[in-house]
Design a protein around this ligand. Structure first.
Ligand SMILES: [Zn+2]
Length: 214
């Protein structure tokens, strides 16, 4: 499989021949980066097989790209029903031999009260959990297949407790997204992550545009 970071907290996942874009085009919310125009152009020149968005926050969702995708391809966009400008589905969806299952899940922190949020379990020859901004606390007794790869935001690694929960999922690889530009990291997220999991070989923090092969 190939995982390419294309957004602040999003990737293009290529698994078993299917191309699935997960929170993969976003706008800028400082200190988090937007999808660069060159990557957005690539993702419009060759549309992915399936789009999935966890929730409607700007740093996860670009409504212009999503509407354009739907207009051009009539393709499925998985996500909560309040994503603006598009028709969404929250049904289990198959792309080739890959199954994408949306999981209703609570957004981290106070935003959980008023934000509809879906996480995604992607199962083919490997199993990938894509957790968007879902709270780490809700997965303890989740009846889900074990992930080979976990794709998570910073909250899963910034405290010792959260890192213990993250490890308990049993994934061989943890892809960490939603990290600020280092020069704009005024709240010390890079330092916190390095303190909890900085030397762990399972963890990878891709730069924008970087491809990881697993
Ligand atoms: Zn959010």
């Amino acid at each position: 499989m190939e995982i390419r970071r294309t957004a602040n907290a999003g990737v293009l996942l290529k698994l078993d021949g299917a191309e699935i874009l997960l929170d993969g085009v976003c706008r800028e919310v400082k200190p988090y980066p937007a999808t660069p125009p060159s990557i957005k152009a690539e993702l419009s020149a060759k549309w992915p097989d399936l789009l999935a968005f966890t929730h409607n926050h700007k740093d996860h969702y670009d409504p212009v790209y999503a509407a354009d995708y739907q207009k051009q391809t009539n393709g499925v966009v998985l996500g909560p029903e309040d994503l603006t400008g598009i028709r969404t589905s929250a049904a289990v969806t198959c792309v080739g031999g890959v199954t994408v299952t949306p999981i209703p899940s609570r957004h981290i922190g106070a935003a959980g009260k008023c934000t509809q949020h879906l996480s995604f379990v992607i199962a083919g020859s490997s199993c990938v959990w894509f957790l968007g901004d879902a709270s780490p606390l809700q997965w303890r007794n989740a009846d889900l297949p074990k992930p080979d790869v976990l794709i998570v935001p910073y909250a899963y690694l910034t405290t010792k407790n959260a890192w213990e929960i993250t490890q308990s999922f049993g994934a061989e690889k943890v892809i960490l997204l939603h990290m600020p530009k280092p020069e704009e990291d005024t709240i010390g997220l890079w330092t916190a992550v390095k303190e909890t999991a900085g030397n762990d070989c399972r963890v990878q923090i891709p730069a924008m545009g970087e491809r990881i092969h697993i």
